[in-house]
Ligand binder design. Structure first.
Ligand SMILES: [Zn+2]
Length: 80
């Protein structure tokens, strides 16, 4: 019997609670305390589906993290 994918597929629940929209701030490369919340323990940038940040701020957040890495405020990789 063929599996009905339409009924078995679960709806994608994405929590939309963008902290930057809520506080009306923009991600800045100097705010390491805020930026480090959006990194894994190995120093990778978390996906939008995990962070719940809106697409506009996710883009500027990734750019801010990359800038912070360039000026050595954040690590590129964390060796475990
Ligand atoms: Zn936002």
């Amino acid at each position: 019997m063929k599996r009905n994918t339409k009924t078995t597929r679960r709806p994608r629940v994405v929590a939309r609670n963008c902290n930057f929209c809520h506080t009306k701030t923009e991600p800045e490369y100097k705010d390491i305390a805020i930026l480090s919340k959006y990194l894994t323990e190995r120093g990778k940038i978390l996906a939008q589906s995990k962070t719940g940040v809106c697409s506009t701020h996710q883009r500027s957040l990734a750019q801010a993290i990359k800038r912070a890495r360039h000026v050595a405020l954040l690590p590129f990789i964390v060796r475990v």
